[in-house]
Ligand binder design. Structure first.
Ligand SMILES: C[S@@+](CC[C@H](N)C(=O)[O-])C[C@H]1O[C@@H](n2cnc3c(N)ncnc32)[C@H](O)[C@@H]1O
Length: 274
């Protein structure tokens, strides 16, 4: 495996699925083919949330090929299947244990659409370049959703938010044995690379907007955000102890509004662009 082995839990993916679904830029789906016979490869599918969101928005038969390196997540994805299609056409699913940074062109042969979600920011520049080259080689659209931009807003605001945000972004861009992670620069880097390969690139905002109904997710997200910031800047753990307790209490009480900006990117090969 070439990617740092940080495992993502089923519980976290379940918790964020509704917020992800609400955030996705649905208008991009209108640029996809309306005819049937879709063969859709979802790269780093996790529990398969992207398929559950997208399959009912597409008409015609769909064959989903779900790739992930985590066999436990693939098991969940295989049992919690996407569908039905918008016109009730059949939707089938196949799972593949894959390292998506090592896909060969043959792995995506016959694809009519490639998707990924919450993936690009955990790649290095080289991994992204390789992946985009392989996607472009498949000659079909690529819909790459929910890449973080680094912009986070909390309400009510607190002056300490900015310190935590800066440390979190630095953590996202940290140097690993694989190279430096792209973090919030991933979406722009992907747009540049697809553009350089002649694709039409459409980028839309896809922010999470968490309010009083999302208290559990907001609290989990905050704990992860602050924890990553402390890994990057260990001094924040003691300096920000009171801040952490106050923010967590606000989040759990549904009194912390959280906006986490993301972008969704659609790359259309020139012949598919309309
Ligand atoms: C944040 S989760 C997103 C999951 C899913 N796409 C979603 O939106 O719910 C990131 C996923 O990437 C997978 N992953 C990370 N690096 C990978 C790699 N090199 N090859 C395959 N899967 C990878 C993880 O196992 C995890 O399922």
């Amino acid at each position: 495996m070439t990617v740092e082995q940080i495992r993502v839990s089923t519980e976290w993916l379940d918790l964020r699925e509704a917020a992800d679904a609400a955030a996705r830029a649905a208008d991009l789906v209108g640029r996809l083919s309306r005819s049937g016979g879709h063969v859709i490869h979802d790269l780093a599918c996790g529990t398969g949330a992207m398929g559950r969101w997208l399959a009912p928005r597409l008409a015609g038969t769909q064959r989903w090929v779900l790739h992930d390196r985590d066999p436990d997540l693939l098991k969940v994805a295989a049992s919690d299947r996407p569908g039905p299609a918008a016109d009730c056409a059949s939707v089938t699913v196949e799972t593949r244990l894959s390292d998506i940074t090592r896909l060969a062109p043959a792995d995506l042969a016959g694809a009519t659409l490639i998707t990924a979600s919450a993936l690009l920011d955990i790649l290095t520049e080289d991994e992204l370049a390789g992946l985009i080259g392989t996607c472009a080689g498949a000659g079909c659209p690529a819909l790459l959703c929910l890449s973080v931009t680094g912009r986070v807003r909390l309400a009510p605001a607190d002056p300490f938010d900015a310190y935590v945000g800066a440390a979190f972004d630095a953590h996202q861009r940290r140097l690993t044995w694989r190279g430096r992670l792209l973090g919030p620069g991933a979406s722009d880097a992907a747009a540049d690379r697809f553009g350089g390969l002649g694709a039409e690139v459409v980028v839309r905002p896809s922010p999470w907007r968490l309010g009083s109904d999302d208290a559990v997710l907001a609290a989990e997200w905050f704990a992860g955000w602050f924890g990553a910031a402390c890994e990057q800047e260990p001094g924040l753990a003691s300096e920000g102890g009171a801040y952490r307790r106050r923010r967590l209490a606000e989040a759990r009480a549904g009194k912390l509004a959280v906006t986490v900006d993301h972008t969704d990117l659609l790359a259309l090969p020139r012949e598919a662009a309309s």
